[in-house]
Design a protein around this ligand. Structure first.
Ligand code: GAP
Length: 451
């Protein structure tokens, strides 16, 4: 593992300390591997999602958006194969009562002390492996019977396939085109963990790109590269990312080819996003189960076919975690260790902090006026509490790229200093030009210092 990879403990501690992410339901003792996003976490994850939308909806004209229901018709999951096949092999230990994934025993820990791998302790008594469906089941309506069973979606993708026909009609799209959506998905993971990396409730950013069958290979290659480049453009170091093609025995039931964008997390190389060539599996299945014709018909040529699908499927939580890990840095300033998140400015929760040097002499009033003007265009924060050095450190820790300081000179010549989080340079800028200058900086290409 690279020596410049931060530990997960440091990330978890920063996230809790600064209110990015914390364990859910803590006043009741927590509920394993559920997390709540606090103020800065919400802003960060929103920025990640906004950049994803932007790259698909604003920077292209062949992708459209969708926000489908979490609870779909239960036949969806029969057709998709999830009801029969979305399972992990599970074993129970009759002694410690813990549950493990049978295919990941080497990652588990027996419930008895001294802790050992499941099955290796003197009292371990593992059951035979049995298949455990990862979908959460619930019921709709007031009567709980078999006919009312539904599932929380385990992926956002199926909602897209169910709506494919609508998009052919009202969006007047013809392949190649994509439908994208962001939303919560739910999986009853047997072994969740590693902070927000593997949770039971998480957010996905998925796009199904429908193509003429003979173009599937070309578009698969295109989206693999495009999705890799998206992370690099937003500041992840290219040597912390890799594209790994799945071996034949790893492929999902629907896939004829999948590559993962992997990130070098503190826990090692792990999947950040999967790009799959799903062929026409899903449309074939839904056409059969719904008895609807889901073919695309070219009105000019009369050609008809079931499009093939290339699917870039990312996790918003895993992406936010990767951006946090890659941004985390510690350096020395005036003999003190500074923790700094060198986030791409577009992802930073707060773009600029406005800091009057003292709480008197008209400085807070000018600072408030500047905040009022900037907030129209950027996420800004006002802070007048404590020594200026401490206030800079607070902003560094949440990744604020620019700190605006109002001092006595500001009242005389209507200029302020702009301190850069990464270079620590301070530049005097006229108040009138400040918003434009910050917006100019925000639009500039950015890469991590030293890269
Ligand atoms: N529609 C295809 C699909 O769902 P996946 O690889 O199972 O593929 C896509 O999921 C992405 O969703 C993953 O690359 C990961 O980023 C995220 N993801 C999956 N399970 C997750 C979990 N339990 N917790 C957090 N993120 C998860």
């Amino acid at each position: 593992m690279a020596s410049d990879v931060v530990t997960m403990e440091k990330i978890v501690s920063l996230c809790k300390r600064r209110g990015f992410v914390f364990p859910s339901s803590e006043i009741y003792g927590g509920i394993g591997s559920s997390y709540d996003y606090g103020h800065y976490g919400v802003l960060l994850k929103n920025n990640v999602k906004a950049q994803w939308w932007r790259s698909l909806l604003q920077e292209r004209d062949d992708v459209v958006a969708l926000d489908s229901a979490i609870i779909q018709h239960p036949r969806t999951w029969e057709a998709s194969g999830h009801l029969a096949g979305f399972t992990d092999p599970l074993v129970d230990c009759r002694t410690c009562k813990h549950r493990f994934r049978a295919d990941k025993l080497e990652d588990g820990q027996c419930g008895e002390k001294p802790s050992k791998r499941p099955g290796e302790g003197p009292n371990c008594d593992l059951t035979e492996a049995r298949n455990f469906n990862l979908m959460f089941q619930t019921t709709v309506g007031p009567v709980q019977d078999e006919g009312s069973v539904v599932y929380l979606r385990p992926e956002t993708a199926q909602g897209i396939f169910l709506n494919f026909k609508h998009y052919l009609q009202f969006a007047r799209k013809k392949p190649p085109f994509g439908i994208a959506q962001i939303g919560k998905s739910f999986r009853n993971e047997i072994t969740p963990g590693n902070f927000v990396f593997r949770m039971r409730e998480f957010e996905q950013m998925e796009m199904e790109f429908f193509v003429p069958p003979d173009q599937a290979g070309t578009w698969y290659e295109f989206w693999k590269q495009a999705r890799f480049d998206w992370y690099v453009k937003l500041g992840i170091r290219a040597d912390h990312l890799r594209l790994r093609p799945h071996d034949a025995d790893e492929l999902s039931h629907y896939s004829t080819g999948t590559s993962d964008v992997e990130y070098l997390y503190p826990i090692g190389w792990q999947e950040l996003e999967g790009i799959a060539n799903r062929g026409n599996y899903d449309l074939t299945q839904h056409a059969e189960y719904s008895r609807q014709n889901l073919e695309y018909v070219d009105t000019a040529s009369g050609e008809r076919y079931l499009p093939h699908v290339i699917e870039p499927a990312a996790g918003a939580d895993r992406a936010a975690l990767a951006f946090l890990c890659d941004a985390y840095d510690e350096d020395q300033i005036e003999g003190e260790t500074r923790t700094v998140l060198r986030l791409h400015p577009l992802l930073a929760p707060v773009k600029a902090a406005v800091l009057p040097l003292v709480k008197k002499d008209g400085q807070p009033e000018l600072a408030h006026a500047i905040v009022a003007e900037l907030r129209d265009r950027l996420q800004v924060e006002y802070d007048e509490g404590g020594a200026i050095g401490r206030r800079y450190r607070r902003q560094d820790e949440i990744g604020t790229p620019w700190s605006i300081t109002i001092d006595h000179q500001s009242l005389e010549d209507h200029t302020v200093t702009v301190r850069d989080r990464d270079t620590l340079t301070q530049e005097r800028v006229p108040v009138d030009a400040l918003a434009g200058e910050l917006e100019r900086r925000l639009r500039e290409p950015w890469s991590p210092p030293g890269d």
